[in-house]
Design a protein around this ligand. Structure first.
Ligand SMILES: [Zn+2]
Length: 377
């Protein structure tokens, strides 16, 4: 990158150079100042000045090495991933989780509490207290926390600093961010649960092409991740695949339409046959219970229709996660068979995969979003 481009002010260029340099070091495993200057086409004085500033912020780890003749080699510079930490919180209807990440996205600690959601000060304060506990347990200074991300099964309207509709947690409908923020000691950032989990999946695979993440729980939502990050759409609802119709004049849905994907592929479809216990349904399926096997096969047929619809419309990789993952892990070959049968016209199922994270992906993703914001600040 050139130090000067027509039309950009010197402050613009300083910011572009700074962000380029920090990103280059962040994504490298040891570089020299000369390498940075050469690869980014930035002058040495600019590189030296930026390195000085990053060093003062404790964002670099440097080591001098000697070559075989005893002479000093140029210092290798690495990003100091443990200079700061981020916290991710995942709030679901029946549990919440807290994860502690370093700036590389490595999980340093995590905790899951099985507690039903309540939009009360007591509930939010107990999560805030858990953050303090996890920092104390890991001996991490509170000043090193760059922020807290909270993932929620809600539409998040960033431009208006509020939540929108949530069929899973209706108590949060239209809640301003400030109403939750006041219960926390750290600055809080909010993201939709599927967006956050999808971001974590793209991050862990280092996939920066377009990816759809399909989140299947009691509610169904999705995320579209592009090289630019999470795409939100005009109203924060991009990727709400749950209310796409897969059966014309099918069963009625809470949204007012008939035949929505969520009506057929919510995990409730399975768990309502086993006293609302999804775990009990998996046990029944494992024991080859005839009714469970038949129900799950119908379920997979409907899922295959939606997977194919997404692939045909968006031509991107598809990752499936959420509570359904446990059942799909054991029956993946049948799902693949149905997907291939549904999509004969195009290609095979190589674009499809199951999520890397079992349960805390959304918490990891929302913390990683804090990390990237910090690095690019
Ligand atoms: Zn619907």
């Amino acid at each position: 990158m050139a130090d000067f481009e027509h039309g950009l002010s010197s402050i613009d260029m300083q910011n572009i150079n700074r962000i380029s340099i920090i990103n280059f070091i962040y994504n490298s495993s040891g570089v020299t100042q000369q390498m940075i200057a050469k690869r980014l086409n930035i002058s040495m004085p600019t590189v030296i000045q930026n390195i000085k500033e990053l060093r003062e912020k404790n964002l670099l780890v440097e080591e001098s090495t000697l070559d075989s003749s005893g002479g000093r080699r140029p210092r290798l510079i690495e990003f100091n991933y443990n200079s700061h930490y981020s916290v991710g919180v995942m709030v679901k209807s029946h549990e919440w989780a807290v994860v502690l990440l370093n700036l590389k996205g490595e999980i340093k600690d995590s905790v899951i509490h099985h507690e039903k959601f309540k939009h009360t000060g007591k509930y939010w304060k107990s999560i805030n207290a858990s953050i303090s506990d996890i920092l104390a347990a890991n001996g991490i200074d509170r000043e090193l926390i760059i922020g807290v991300g909270i993932s929620l099964p809600c539409v998040v309207i960033h431009s208006e600093n509020r939540l929108d509709m949530s069929t899973t947690l209706p108590a949060l409908n239209y809640t301003p961010f400030a109403e939750i923020q006041r219960h926390f000691d750290f600055p809080v950032y909010f993201e939709n649960e599927a967006n956050a989990a999808g971001y974590a999946e793209a991050w862990v695979r280092r996939k920066y092409n377009d990816v759809v993440y399909l989140s299947i729980n009691e509610g169904i939502s999705g995320a579209i991740i592009t090289s630019r990050g999470i795409s939100h759409g005009n109203n924060g609802r991009l990727g709400e695949f749950g209310h796409a119709v897969i059966h014309t004049n099918g069963k009625p849905c809470i949204c007012g339409r008939k035949g929505c994907f969520e009506v057929y592929c919510s995990t409730k479809v399975l768990s309502e046959t086993t006293n609302d216990s999804l775990e009990a349904f998996w046990c029944k399926l494992k024991s080859n219970d005839k009714e469970a096997v038949q129900l799950f096969d119908e379920y997979l047929r409907d899922l295959a229709i939606m997977i194919t619809n997404i692939r045909v419309a968006l031509d991107c990789d598809i990752i499936i996660g959420g509570d359904i993952k446990q059942g799909l892990d054991r029956n993946y070959s049948r799902l693949i068979q149905l997907v291939d049968a549904e999509n004969k016209y195009f290609e095979n199922h190589d674009y499809l995969s199951l999520a890397y994270y079992d349960d805390i992906g959304a918490a990891v993703g929302v913390a990683e979003l804090r990390n990237i914001d910090f690095v690019n600040r």
